[in-house]
Design a binder for this molecule. Structure first.
Ligand SMILES: [Zn+2]
Ligand SMILES: [Zn+2]
Length: 385
């Protein structure tokens, strides 16, 4: 049989709300994942304690649990405990309760033992065009402040509690009179912390935090673009006095590609095609971000004409399909022709003249005159008819 929630927290069935909080705080500190990295047993215990606390700290849930056990909770519509994402949030709630966080007005007396959440961190990372398109795993090295576990982030030598600052009575601010005004300034004795540490922790010298270098692996999903942000929960700076860690935000910057361009999920490519092949039509090999594909270029294709290739674009970040690829044909005028090639082109030119006279230039130069002539003929017809 699995342990009861009371056994998990090591308390009696008639434990007071205060005793439950205290017992949970102890367990949470002991098995905190930051403190026990890679230790699955500790992680399981941490979650177990959170689950127990979630139920026992809620009077209604506790009553149901006492009477009918875990099954009873399920049957009464409680979605079931153990939602690990909530763990940190209710650590906050709990410490908030205990230490009078939340709802406190300005100038409220700050408890020197109150937890302080860790700062969020930002890390900018460069990835290649192809890495952004296909996704990549990166390991980043960050230096950050982590909770000092020697003093559990209090800054005080173990067994020694920080003292409420006597100058500001823990407010962190002192009020001075200047003429008619009262001005509130940061307490110089505690630098606004509201507490003073008389016997600092030897490891962190009273800061409660220690600088550490840490390698964090970041899974960058396929489809990210410059400006994409990823949040790594709990990888920011450590909290003090039991406060949760901040988050790490990884901000993506994508390098340009020599040939491909990108707009969201659409890939653009300029494809050079010889004059002759554009005229005669061909099947071209087109490099794509996924490999190569064939593209049928119809006879008579002009420079600048665009062709769409479905699903040859960038995968969607939110799942679902890939974008398209747009291939723009760039017809290449031949250079460095040899004698024979020149001769053939001259012959081609001779043969083309006939067409051209009925073509663009003839329309341009003679079209206006021709139109006048036709109008004159039509008028003559009307006159005669
Ligand atoms: Zn310390
Ligand atoms: Zn002070």
């Amino acid at each position: 049989m699995s342990k009861s929630y009371y056994e998990i927290l090591g308390i009696n069935k008639d434990a007071s709300a205060e005793a439950i909080k205290k017992a949970y705080r102890k367990q949470a500190m002991k098995y905190h994942p930051d403190r026990n990295q890679g230790d699955n047993t500790a992680e399981a215990k941490f979650k177990e304690a959170a689950e127990a606390y979630e139920v026992l700290s809620d009077l209604q849930k506790r009553q149901i649990y006492d009477a009918y056990g875990k099954e009873g909770l399920k049957n009464s519509g409680y979605s079931g405990p153990g939602n690990s994402e909530d763990i940190f949030s209710h650590i906050n709630d709990m410490f908030g309760d205990i230490f009078g966080f939340g709802g406190g007005g300005r100038g409220r007396r700050r408890d020197p033992n109150a937890p302080v959440p860790g700062e969020d961190l930002r890390y900018d990372i460069r990835v290649s065009f192809m890495e952004a398109v296909h996704g990549v795993n990166k390991e980043v090295s960050i230096t950050k402040k982590e909770t000092c576990w020697t003093c559990e982030g209090t800054g005080a030598r173990p067994g020694n509690k920080p003292q409420v600052c006597p100058s500001c009575q823990g407010r962190g601010q002192v009020i001075r009179s200047q003429g008619f005004f009262q001005v509130s300034t940061t307490c110089s004795r505690c630098n606004g912390a509201g507490q003073i540490i008389t016997d600092p922790c030897a490891d962190c010298h009273g800061a409660g935090l220690i600088n550490r270098s840490k390698k964090v692996s970041v899974r960058i999903p396929a489809g990210v673009d410059t400006g994409s942000r990823m949040r790594l929960s709990g990888e920011g700076e450590g909290g003090r006095r039991g406060g949760p860690s901040g988050d790490l935000y990884v901000v993506i910057h994508v390098d340009e590609h020599e040939y491909f361009q990108r707009d969201g999920q659409t890939i653009f490519l300029q494809l050079p095609v010889t004059m002759v092949r554009a005229a005669l039509g061909c099947e071209a090999d087109v490099p794509t971000i996924h490999g190569t594909t064939k593209l049928k270029i119809p006879a008579g294709t002009q420079s600048g004409e665009r062709f769409s290739l479905r699903n040859e674009g960038v995968p969607s970040l939110r799942g679902g399909g890939k974008g398209d690829m747009v291939v723009e044909v760039k017809v290449q005028t031949p250079v460095k022709l040899n004698k024979e090639q020149k001769e053939l082109l001259r012959q081609f030119d001779e043969l083309s003249k006939q067409h051209e006279e009925e073509g663009f230039f003839s329309r341009l130069f003679h079209g206006h005159l021709g139109k006048q002539k036709k109008q004159a003929e039509d008028q003559e017809k009307v006159a005669n008819g």
